[in-house]
Design a protein around this ligand. Structure first.
Ligand code: NAD
Length: 362
């Protein structure tokens, strides 16, 4: 235990984490970790992942990695939210009401420093049960995925405008990897806007369903999607898809998709920049769902208003593309991904600075 503790502090110090909390309940078998990376901008928001981790250390590292990413995403999206994430260790197929409710009670005990939502392994029904014990939950009324897809769609338009001077999707070839909650809705929006869409998924059933629904789509094998000749490659499945092996295969002008952590490392962003492939930084383009759940938490559920706000992802991307072009004048290590990090960090630092001024409670 002492070893894990000192190791946890090392990990926390490495990325300047504020707080990591371990919860257990013998009665229900609950084992949960909440990682709060930063609350400089506001309460830390991030989903609860329910996963059968091989070791407790894997669970801890995953929670921390994801929490840090949420800090950047919220900052980049212009939200007054910090970054946090929770993991519950266990088989997501074996959950019971008591376990979720006891988890909800623990979340409540954090007094709102952490706000939870749905994530891999948790469902809307689970979140509703958790919400019986805590008010620090969001994503209960709105499903974030269609909002994420809508943001990706507008991000793609901004990329087209930046590269071709025209944001129209008419006749534009877009290759979409993954037909899940985000990719599936994106395909619908793209087709509606007149794009030629090429898709892939490892799930045969999904492929069959989409073939039936949209007869005009072209289908390729999962391994072929990287080399498809297209204007836009849109990763909407897994992380790490832009790596040493795939980067050589790309036959596109733009990479713009909903998946998290698309670049295997910073180096791959630099290579894309040198190759002249425009990369829309993942946490900027896929922030639509986060924007929606943040506004839901604040009591705003007017869909039209939300969509207008999410459309601004396009303007944000264009600003980041210009920042990256400026960076290129002074350093060899430039990319749109690095520009996005600078954009998000700049906001955090500016707000951190203004918070030094004493403010009586609002
Ligand atoms: P999902 O599980 O609904 O869909 C993922 C799809 O990808 C599935 O259909 C799966 O079969 C397919 N897939 C998996 N591996 C594949 C492969 N190698 N090749 C082709 N297809 C493959 O997930 P989702 O909610 O649509 O999320 C997709 C991505 O977007 C994830 O990286 C997620 O973290 C990210 N994301 C989602 C949201 C959201 O609102 N749902 C928000 C931000 C980021």
């Amino acid at each position: 235990m002492q070893l894990l503790q000192s190791f946890t502090f090392d990990l926390m110090q490495e990325d300047d984490f504020e707080e990591v909390v371990f919860f257990q309940d013998k009665n229900t078998g609950l084992k949960a970790i909440v990682a709060i990376h930063s609350t400089i901008l506001g309460p830390a928001l991030g989903g609860t992942r329910f996963w059968e981790y091989e070791t407790e250390l894997d669970a801890l590292k995953d929670a921390m990695r994801l929490a840090k990413a949420m800090t950047m995403k919220a900052a980049g999206a212009g939200l007054n939210l910090g970054g946090g994430k929770a993991v519950i260790i266990g088989n997501p197929k074996i959950k019971d009401e008591a376990l979720l409710r006891v988890y909800g009670r623990f979340i409540q005990s954090l007094g709102g420093r952490y706000i939870t939502a749905e994530d891999v392994g948790t469902t809307l029904d689970d979140i509703r049960i958790i919400a019986e014990e805590t008010k620090f939950v969001t994503g209960v009324k709105l499903d974030p995925s269609p909002f994420t897809a809508y943001g990706v769609f507008h991000g793609i338009k901004a990329c087209l405008d930046h590269v071709f001077g025209d944001s129209s999707l008419d006749g534009v070839r877009v290759a979409v990897q993954g037909l899940g909650k985000v990719g599936g809705e994106l395909v619908r929006l793209l087709l509606e806007a007149g794009a030629e869409v090429i898709v892939t998924d490892i799930d045969e059933e999904k492929i069959g369903e989409f073939k039936e629904r949209f007869r005009e789509i072209e289908i390729v094998e999962p391994s072929e999607i990287f080399s498809v000749k297209c204007d836009v490659f849109s990763p909407c499945a897994l992380g790490g898809v832009i790596n040493d092996a795939t980067i050589k295969m790309l036959n596109c002008k733009i990479i713009a998709g909903g998946a998290n952590n698309q670049l295997e490392s910073d180096k791959h962003g630099d290579i894309l920049a040198r190759k002249g492939i425009l990369y829309a930084p993942d946490y900027i383009i896929n922030a639509g769902g986060l924007i929606a759940v943040c506004r839901e938490y604040e009591g705003i559920t007017d869909k039209e208003k939300l969509l207008k706000e999410i459309e601004k992802i396009g303007e944000r991307l264009k600003k980041i593309f210009r920042m990256s072009e400026e960076m290129a004048k002074t350093t060899r290590h430039y990319s749109t991904a690095r520009a996005a990090d600078a954009f998000a960090m700049e906001r955090i630092e500016k707000i951190r600075y203004l918070k030094r001024i004493y403010q009586p409670s609002l």
